[in-house]
Ligand binder design. Structure first.
Ligand code: ADP
Ligand code: MG
Length: 261
């Protein structure tokens, strides 16, 4: 091998090759990593492994950041910020284990669903976002919508004759979170489309929903009894159902703050 190249020429040429190969982190770090490798007598392969490792780590980080943006979570809350002891129904060891199991992504890999039922302020949206974020970090594609926004989106797509295309596109999203099913009743057309949305994903890709209604009251928002029965049959097939009981966390926090101040 010729050694006629000076270190500074080698560094310039290497950086240009790495840029051409679209390896920006390696291009930016190669000189510094080479210096460190020289100082610590690292052999050639170990040097290359360290440099490639930095590129891979950087790439994973930016892909995870992109997935988080694409998921469109309403707030940046994480599972770490969830106080399990303040949520009596999920705070038990079994409940915590169930959330960690969900955050591992096993249910998404199996195309199963997750349903969270409970009154306002008990932490449903926080848990959905927390698990969703954890899944984004692991490489899953997640999307968050309130049920009302989703129905509007479906109605517009239907009107513009692009519903089948949209549903097909969404099949590549591993977990579709539909928050607040039941807060506002849907129009019959909206309910039909939401039913179609859930049916389209059945056993193909996962959904997670939150609702303030128990299953027996789903007809109040979906109207049609047979359609609601078919919907629940699909949604609950191979799914994790959590019922969160207890007082509103928001209310408890306000009362605690008032008492303290
Ligand atoms: P829900 O969706 O059930 O109405 P949210 O998830 O919106 O409730 O929770 C209301 C607020 O209280 C949010 O700011 C949320 O972060 C917070 N919260 C609820 N439960 C907990 C908890 N167990 N630990 C920490 N924060 C919580
Ligand atoms: Mg909520």
């Amino acid at each position: 091998m010729s050694s006629a190249m000076s270190p500074s020429a080698a560094s310039t040429i290497l950086r240009s090759y790495l840029t051409q190969l679209r390896l920006p982190t390696m291009a930016a770090n190669c000189a510094a990593v080479a210096r460190e490798a020289g100082a610590s007598n690292l052999d050639y392969l170990a040097f290359l492994a360290v440099l490639c490792g930095q590129e891979v780590a950087q790439r994973e980080q930016s892909q995870a950041a992109r997935r988080l943006v694409q998921a469109q979570f309403p707030w940046p809350k994480t599972l770490d910020e969830f106080d399990f002891s303040a949520a009596p129904s999920v705070g038990c060891p079994l409940g915590v284990a169930a959330i960690l199991q969900l955050a591992s992504g096993a249910f998404v890999r199996a195309h199963e669903n997750w349903l969270v039922l409970g009154g306002p302020g008990v932490g449903k949206t926080h848990l959905l976002c927390g698990v969703g974020r954890a899944l984004c970090q692991q490489g899953f594609r997640v999307r968050f919508r309130s049920a009302a926004a989703l129905v509007t989106e479906l109605l517009v797509a239907d009107k513009e004759h692009r519903l089948p295309r949209l549903l097909k596109q969404w099949r590549s999203i591993d977990l579709f979170i539909v928050d607040e099913v039941g807060y506002i009743p849907f129009s019959p057309a909206g309910a039909q489309l939401l039913f179609q949305f859930f049916a389209d994903r059945h056993e193909v890709a996962s959904v997670a929903i939150s609702s303030n209604l128990e299953f027996g009251r789903f007809t109040e928002v979906f109207h049609d009894e047979r359609m609601t029965a078919a919907l629940l049959d699909r949604l609950t097939f191979k799914s994790t159902v959590m019922v969160m009981e207890g007082d509103s966390y928001r209310l408890k926090e306000s009362l605690r703050r008032q008492a303290a101040g």
